[in-house]
Design a protein around this ligand. Sequence first.
Ligand SMILES: [Fe+2]
Length: 458
Amino acid sequence: MKEATKTALRADPLFITAEADANRFNLKCMAVLCALVIVSATLNALGVFTQDMRVMLPCMVICFLAFSQPIAAVLIHDRILGKTPTVLEGPGFKYFILICVYLGIGVVCVMLTHNVVILLTVPALMAAQYRDQKRLLRWTLISTVLLVPVSVYGGYFIGALDRNMLKVVESSEATLENRLRLATPTRMTELLTHYVLPRLLCLIAVDILASGITRRTGKMLDREAALAEKVREEMERRTGMLSRVIEDLAAVIETRDEGTGDHVLRTKAYVGMIARWMQAEDGFRERLSDEYIEEICDAAPLHDVGKIAVSDLILLKPGKLTDEEFEAMKQHTVKGGKMIRNIFSNLEGDAFLKTAEEIAVSHHEKWNGRGYPYGLQGEEIPLPARIMAVADVFDALVSERVYKAPMPPEEALELIVSEGGSHFDPDIIRIVSMHREEVLDASRSPIKQNQLDADGHS
Ligand SMILES: [Fe+2]
């Protein structure tokens, strides 16, 4: 793989997750090894094992320190100090873990002398958890191979009693003097042929197997990372396209409607503010996640998209609409819903489509069931539409129209509050009343893009 791609993948969350997962797995293995060392020490203290405690104790301490260091690092860094990102995602942490493993395993090998082939395979299997890295694999192979003579000869001279090796019967005879006396060239060669070489062959086989697993895992993760990158790019492209479509549609609505300028932006900002306040309340916290609020804010500018399909004669009529004209005007809700379904069904996920459609169709419904187009009542009206209704009416009241002067915000808010339970959801009105000053401030200040971002996308 090219270096540039590798660098890009290292910054990829999937890559970090893969490394962190391997570190996490290896830490669990180390915890088990640590427990085994403690069990060995306990059995030795109880007299089940007959190891020389002068050798055993320092070995136990070194093992315990080696195995516990990475575990302690995670506990202190992540749990006690609460720092993020987790130390498990650190680029060098795997080397720290593996060095501690080699130290710990090496001491255990010397301590127990034989029956430790399985322990010698542990470092290789732990290294196999990581992605394809030639240097790491080479290092693992060399280190595990070096551990073999260290364990056999180290065990012979300072480690546990081995009756086969020492040809002695009683543990009291396994003194260092006896060991040195019996360390003839013939015995040393015997150790090489009977103990070192079989273990080496066994380990090389395990290492080759582990290397194969690592290489395959690495390639698989590389492919996954490349795929994730492609998906992310595609999502960004689609999100950008969606924003442009919404902006363009909102601009068309503005020019076709009463030319109120920033009605779309203002209502979007109000919707974001109200949704955030609702999110802080117990009754709505579960229903209004951050993602859902973002979706509602994104969909809010499309609430009157159906007006595009309403005749100019009705839409721009300065006087009062006749009953027939009003009926046609009401249709902007249903037509808006259809337009959204047609435009966005191939462009965005079902969740956005549903929210945008709900807002467009139901933002003129009333809590008491006297709204339009379907006369929905209470909680039958979708939540995003109930929020939109408050924002839409409040902004219409405080805005100037060709046929009316703007209403002072205090008066408009009073009117809105008085309609809680009849026109609007009483719970939303209660929450809006709690934030009276913020609503009035927002209505007086010019709408800014950063305010929209803060309200809708934080
Ligand atoms: Fe409308």
